[in-house]
Design a protein around this ligand. Structure first.
Ligand code: NAP
Length: 350
C-alpha cells in the first residue's frame, strides 16, 4: 500500500479480488443485496479502542467482500464516537468506494440529555439523523432505523419520521430493530401507505436466543421484509472465548452491555456441547453459530462484531461450510435453547 504523507499512513487500496468469493442475499422483496456477513460497530470502534485496530478491521472486512457496515447514534463509548471514528476512516480510506457500501445508522435509545434525546418522536429521530450524518461526514445513509419500539409515541409519528428521512434524501431505505411481530406488521402497513416500503428488520438471534423463529420470520417473509440478525455469536458466548473462564480481553471484562451473570454454568455446558458439533463439522464454534443463523434463507445477513482482524477472518471463513444435514440440526436443537441473553426483549415484547 502506498504511503500517504498527508494522512501519515499507508493509503488504502481495496483488494481487487474482494468480490471473488463474497456472497450476497436479496433483502426481502427489494432490489438491495446484502453480504451474508455484515459488520457492526456497536463495540470496538469507540474512543476506548485504538483507531488503528478499528481501521484494520474495516479494511479487512471490505477486502473480504463485506459491503455493509452497521452503526447507531450512540455506539461508542462515548456516545457518537463510533460514528466519528468511522467518519474519519471513511474519509481517509473508503470515500472512493462509497457506492460499493451500505452504511446504516439508527435512533431510538438514549442519546442526549432532556426529553428529546431518546425513543421515537419525530423531533428526536430526525434531529438524530442530522447529527449522525454530520459525525460520519455523509450526505445520506443507506438504511436508517428506528432502533426500538416506543410504546408512548404513536407509531404513525415514528414511521412518518423515517419516511421523511427518505424524502429529504438523507436515507435511501428504512428499517426497524427489535420490534415484535405485531408492531412489525403495523409498521410495514404504515410505511407502505406512506410510499416508503419497510426494507429490513434487525432483531437479535442466535443459537441461544431463538425468539424470532416463533412468529417474526413468518411476518417478514409474508411482508417481503429482509432480516439482518444481530449478535449471532451471543456477544462472544458462542465462541471458544468463555470455555475456560472469563479472559481479561473480553467484552464481559470491559463491562459494556455484557454481564458476567449471563455466562452461566448452564450456558457454558451447552456451548461446550455445541463446540463438539462444530469440531465434527471441521468448524470453530463461532463458524457454526454463523452458519446456523444463515441456514434459513429468510435471514438476509448475519450482523456480527469483531475485536480483531483474526476474529473477523475466522468468522468470514464460516461461509465455506453453510450446509447442514438434518441429523446435525437435530443434535444442535438439543443444546440450542433459550439462554436468557436477550437483553433487547423489552422492545420486542411491547
Ligand atoms: N439493533 C440493536 O439493538 C443491536 C443490538 C446489539 C448489536 N447490534 C448490531 O449487531 C452488531 C454485532 O453485535 P455483537 O458485537 O453483539 O455481535 P456478536 O458477533 O454476537 O459478538 C461479537 C463479539 O464476540 C467476540 N468474537 C467475535 N468473533 C470471535 C471469534 N471468532 N472468537 C472469539 N470471540 C469472538 C468479540 O468479543 P470480544 O470483544 O470479547 O473479543 C466480539 O466483539 C453490533 O455491532 C451492532 O451493529 C444491534
Amino acid at each position: 500500500m502506498p504511503f500517504d504523507p498527508e494522512l501519515g499512513l499507508s493509503r488504502y487500496l481495496a483488494g481487487e479480488d474482494r468480490y471473488d468469493k463474497a456472497r450476497y442475499r436479496r433483502c426481502g422483496r427489494s432490489g438491495l443485496k446484502l453480504p451474508l456477513i455484515s459488520l457492526g460497530l456497536w463495540q470496538n470502534f469507540g474512543d476506548d479502542r485504538p483507531l488503528a485496530t478499528s481501521r484494520a478491521i474495516l479494511r479487512r472486512a471490505f477486502d473480504l467482500g463485506i459491503t455493509h457496515f452497521d452503526l447507531a447514534n450512540n455506539y461508542g463509548p462515548p456516545y457518537g464516537s463510533a460514528e466519528i471514528n468511522f467518519g474519519r476512516i471513511f474519509a481517509e480510506d473508503f470515500a472512493p468506494y462509497r457506492d460499493e457500501l451500505v452504511i446504516s445508522t439508527k435512533a431510538g435509545y438514549d442519546m442526549w440529555a432532556g426529553p428529546y434525546g431518546e425513543w421515537g418522536s419525530r423531533k428526536y429521530v430526525l434531529a438524530s439523523l442530522d447529527q449522525s450524518l454530520r459525525r460520519m461526514g455523509l450526505e445520506c445513509v443507506d438504511i436508517f432505523y428506528s432502533h426500538r419500539f416506543d410504546p408512548d409515541t404513536p407509531l404513525e409519528e415514528t414511521m412518518g419520521a423515517l419516511d421523511t428521512a427518505v424524502r429529504q434524501g438523507k436515507a435511501r431505505y428504512v428499517g426497524i430493530s427489535s420490534y415484535g411481530p405485531r408492531r412489525t406488521e403495523e409498521a410495514a402497513t404504515l410505511l407502505r401507505d406512506l410510499g416508503t416500503p419497510l426494507l429490513i428488520h434487525q432483531p437479535s438471534y442466535s443459537m441461544i436466543n431463538r425468539w424470532i423463529e416463533e412468529e417474526l420470520l413468518d411476518v417478514l417473509a409474508r411482508e417481503g421484509i429482509g432480516a439482518i440478525v444481530f449478535s449471532p455469536l451471543g456477544q462472544g458466548l458462542l465462541t471458544d472465548k468463555y470455555l475456560h473462564g472469563i479472559p481479561d480481553d473480553s467484552r464481559v471484562r470491559r463491562g459494556l452491555h455484557f454481564s458476567e451473570t449471563l455466562v452461566t454454568d448452564e450456558n457454558i455446558s451447552r456451548v461446550r456441547a455445541l463446540s463438539e458439533v462444530a469440531a465434527r463439522r471441521g468448524q470453530s464454534l463461532a463458524q457454526l453459530a454463523i452458519a446456523w443463523v444463515l441456514r434459513d434463507e429468510r435471514v438476509t445477513s448475519a450482523l456480527l462484531g469483531a475485536s480483531s482482524v483474526a476474529q473477523l477472518e475466522q468468522n468470514v471463513a464460516a461461509l465455506e461450510r453453510l450446509d447442514f444435514d438434518p441429523s446435525e440440526l437435530e443434535e444442535i436443537d438439543r443444546y440450542a435453547v433459550e439462554g436468557g441473553i436477550n437483553i433487547w426483549e423489552q422492545s420486542s415484547s411491547a
